[in-house]
Design a protein around this ligand. Structure first.
Ligand code: NDP
Length: 485
């Protein structure tokens, strides 16, 4: 604790309240709301701005606008590509103003907010430029048979609070490119940066093509149950994902769910503990651990475990925790009080059950939702922090003696998002990684993502795929055209 306090930044953010937006984007217009809700800066625990509280009438207006815009938007692919490129330019132009607001409402370091906006522009350009080959499956004397992809209609895009912009744009970009129109809702914990992008994109996207609304309570449910919604693309918790799947079933709305994860990292006995610790720390503690596809439990060969834990603990103690607006900050706060309390509860439970904190172990006192970067040992399966998704800056390291046993324990989870294997022998590691029950497996790295790769989860980690052509196809239905000759 003493170590961490010295690393806490005394810097206080100049919260950019005066620049924050106050309007929804519906049918290309700035729309105000009668009521607002508070937005808290997690570095101070204080309200720094308010956001418009969408009503069910706003939801109706947004989907009506999206449905009206759909026929023209789906009709001209070249225009869609050009608009996506213009949207990318608009995101770049707005990034300087949006990034500090993203840091103020989310907590992450300003450099990471800037990177998040650059990544959003990159996704828009990627989908603007992506080529899809014509799919002729038969061309002979008797028939020309072709498979074409058709857009679905208005899409409900619902994003969480860990990466409000990149997760939102990773839905918006392929949905629009495929010819759909979108109603986009960020989490009420992080509404402002998305509202600002809505304002920036109003001038670029035709009216009704991209609508942005904010609010909590029944708004998300109203979007998923709306009769005009043809597809729901959701990222968030598994519990909410199941509710959304139930809501979609009544109308057979198409569905992509990117849900939680509890990724295992398996460190083999020939791995270099120092090198592994550096990369594991970078991926497990990025965004203060609030990443769906981050290492969340480490299974280490007993012979390398002591050196690995020492190196991880040293790295955790050296991490500079503070307000994301301070350029020196490496790890910001946890985004919200319920999430901070959940992480604290899971760590306290592990300690009460015999775990040892090699670094950290508790929340940092004072304003804001800060938590000590925590490395736990002496913990095993059956303890909540190993079995559940902690989604915060705390990492359990568990010993194993037999690789088969480690693999079985890694796979004994309802989750199946990502996973990794670390070794001096990449072939040996790849053979193990291929047997992980996960949508994505990495060797000697973790969370290596790009717009062109499939982002997929198995079991309770998701349904459907984002990214690349797979993600584009997720916003279409297949249609067969068979021409007899
Ligand atoms: P939720 O899944 O509850 O919320 C995510 C989004 O879904 C928000 O925009 C939320 O808005 C909306 N939402 C909630 N209920 C419904 C509904 N019935 N229909 C439609 N939309 C809905 O996540 P939390 O913020 O509560 O976080 C809880 C846990 O989720 C975390 O501890 C973490 O484990 C996990 N999580 C996983 C993420 C990931 O990337 N996979 C990201 C964030 C969290 P509103 O609250 O206004 O309804």
């Amino acid at each position: 604790m003493a170590d961490l306090e010295t690393h806490m930044s005394p810097f206080t953010a100049q919260t950019p309240a005066t620049q924050t937006p106050t309007t929804l984007t519906i049918d290309g217009d700035a729309v105000t709301a009668e009521k607002t809700f508070d937005v808290i800066n997690p570095a101070t625990g204080e309200t720094f701005a308010t956001a418009p509280e969408t009503t069910v009438e706003h939801v109706d207006a947004a989907f009506d606008a999206a449905a009206r815009a759909f026929p023209d938007w789906r009709a001209d692919e070249d225009a869609r590509r050009a608009t996506l490129r213009a949207m990318a330019d608009a995101v770049d132009a707005a990034a300087g103003a949006v990034a500090p607001v993203l840091t103020a409402e989310q907590g992450k370091p300003l450099s990471e907010s800037q990177r998040e906006l650059r990544t959003a522009a990159l996704w828009l350009r990627y989908y603007a430029d992506l080529e899809r080959e014509r799919e002729v499956i038969r061309d002979d004397r008797d028939a020309l048979v072709e498979v074409v992809r058709r857009p679905l209609g208005p899409v409900a895009a619902i994003a969480p609070w860990n990466f409000p912009i990149t997760i939102g744009v990773a839905k918006v970009a392929p949905a629009l490119r495929a010819g759909n129109t979108v109603v986009w809702k960020p989490s009420p914990f992080t509404p402002l940066s998305t509202l600002m992008l809505g304002e920036a994109l109003r001038a670029v996207a035709p009216a009704g093509v991209l609508n942005v609304i904010t609010g909590g309570g029944e708004i998300g449910a109203a979007m998923t149950a709306h009769p005009l919604t043809r597809k729901i693309s959701f990222t968030g918790s598994t519990a909410t994902g199941k509710k959304i799947a139930a809501a979609a079933s009544a109308d057979l709305k198409r569905l992509t769910l990117e849900l939680g994860g509890n990724d295992a990292a398996i460190v083999l006995d020939d791995a270099d503990p120092g090198r592994v610790a550096e990369r594991l720390f970078a991926t497990a503690f990025s965004n203060s651990g609030q990443v769906c596809v981050a290492p969340k439990r480490v299974y280490a060969a007993r012979s390398v475990l002591p050196a690995l834990v020492d190196a991880l603990a040293e790295r955790a103690r050296a991490a500079k925790v503070g307000d994301g607006a301070d350029p020196a900050t490496e790890l910001g706060p946890i985004n919200n009080a319920p999430q901070r309390d959940r992480v604290a509860e899971l760590v306290a439970d592990a300690l009460a059950r015999g775990a040892v904190a090699a670094a950290g172990g508790k929340a940092i006192e004072g304003p804001g939702y800060f938590f000590e970067p925590t490395i736990l040992t002496g913990v095993g399966d059956g303890v909540r922090i190993v079995d559940e998704e902690q989604f915060g800056p705390a990492l359990p390291v568990i010993a194993f003696d037999d690789v088969e046993d480690a693999l079985a324990r890694a796979n004994a989870s309802t989750f199946g998002l990502g996973g990794s294997v670390w070794s001096g022998d990449a072939d040996r590691a790849t053979a193990v990684a291929a047997r992980l029950e996960s949508g994505m497996s990495w060797v000697n790295t973790h969370t290596a993502l790009s717009a062109g790769q499939p982002f997929a989860g198995v079991k309770w980690s998701g349904l459907g795929v984002e990214g690349g052509l797979w993600g584009l196809d997720g916003f279409t239905d297949i249609k067969l055209i068979h021409r007899a000759r």
